[in-house]
Design a protein around this ligand. Structure first.
Ligand code: AHR
Length: 317
């Protein structure tokens, strides 16, 4: 570069801050256990790109130790912030203290931890108990006074959505003595385990004849279970009611085909609100609320499932 051009660029950079580096954000993602998780990853990358943020992505393949190692590596690299979707709720104190010591703000995405909230800047997510409650209330309303034996597919053991969605559902059916959870087991939020565990439920429950409804902590497990129910010669959606959480395209497809009955939406765009909070924090030190809550909307076949499928099918799920 010629001297004059160099000086002009340097002065402009100094005056307008053009020389400032793009902010770097480390993202410790759980893995890719579900369609919802894949969409969250896609949207986080998109949101970062749109905002000129340099995103360092790390896939923990469902292991907390990988997440802890990734956070330590982000700290060593001196990132400007860390996004963490914590696979389980416990065991984060030390590494969050290390980030705090290094003055790197941490934002939790979609799941909660049991650490003190002064170890992170904010948490973006839904009210997970409420989601379960909405699902339970939907079922209570649907079956009325009819006896209903429910099987439950739980999420990853020790994760906040598994704990809270279970508690919320139980709250939703409270006072309805006709509704009983007869079997409950983890399906680890995956389609394959959802199918496998549902097969064992069907076997144990008179080939499925004794099951009135399935409550799955996410849609992927429900989709796997739907397959198992069909293979057992029953009709999901009518012989066995299906209620789950996430609102991924495939559950709308199942709903449009009469094979699923209700889902509670969890938006995969957790990164948008997280980056907005970080911008305000970086710009003028504004500390966000400790919890930035996203919406939880109930969808049933009355909500144009085929249209919902079309709207979502290309969004990275
Ligand atoms: O933490 C959110 C949950 O994790 C989603 O409901 C589920 O699909 C995912 O894997």
């Amino acid at each position: 570069m010629k001297l004059k051009a160099f000086l002009t660029t340097t002065v402009a950079a100094a005056v307008f801050g053009l020389a400032a580096q793009a902010q770097t954000v480390g993202f410790s993602q759980i893995g890719s256990e579900s369609g919802w998780r894949a969409a969250e990853t896609t949207l986080t990358k998109q949101q970062a790109e749109e905002r000129g943020i340099d995103l360092k992505f790390s896939d923990a393949q469902q292991k907390q130790e990988n997440q802890i190692a990734a956070i330590r590596s982000f700290i060593a690299q001196g990132v400007d912030a860390i996004l963490l979707a914590p696979v389980v709720a416990t065991g984060w104190d030390s590494v969050l203290e290390e980030a705090k010591e290094a003055e790197i703000p941490v934002i939790l995405l979609d799941r909660q931890v049991d650490s003190s909230d002064d170890l992170y800047l904010t948490a973006v997510g839904s009210d997970l108990v409420h989601e379960g409650k909405v699902a339970g209330e939907w079922l209570a309303n649907e079956v009325g006074d009819e006896p209903c034996r429910v099987v439950e597919l739980q999420g990853t053991t020790g994760s906040s959505p598994a704990i809270d969605r279970k508690a919320g559902f139980e709250e939703g059916i409270k006072g309805h003595a006709n509704i009983e959870i007869v079997r409950s087991q983890t399906g680890d939020f995956t389609r394959s385990m959802g199918k496998e565990v549902m097969e064992s439920f069907l076997q144990a429950e008179n080939g499925g004849q004794d099951i009135c409804a399935l409550y799955a902590h996410n849609d992927d497990m429900a989709v796997g279970a739907i397959q198992a129910i069909k293979e057992a010669g029953l009709k999901p959606g009518s012989d066995i009611l299906i209620v789950s959480i996430d609102a991924v395209p495939d559950i709308f497809k199942a709903m449009a085909d009469g094979e699923a009955n209700a889902t509670v939406e969890l938006t995969p765009n957790m990164a948008g609100p997280a980056f907005d909070a970080l911008k305000a924090f970086w710009d003028n030190g504004t500390a966000p609320e400790k919890f930035i809550q996203t919406e939880s909307k109930l969808y049933t076949p009355a909500d144009d499932p085929a249209g919902e499928y079309e709207k979502r099918k290309d969004l990275g799920y």
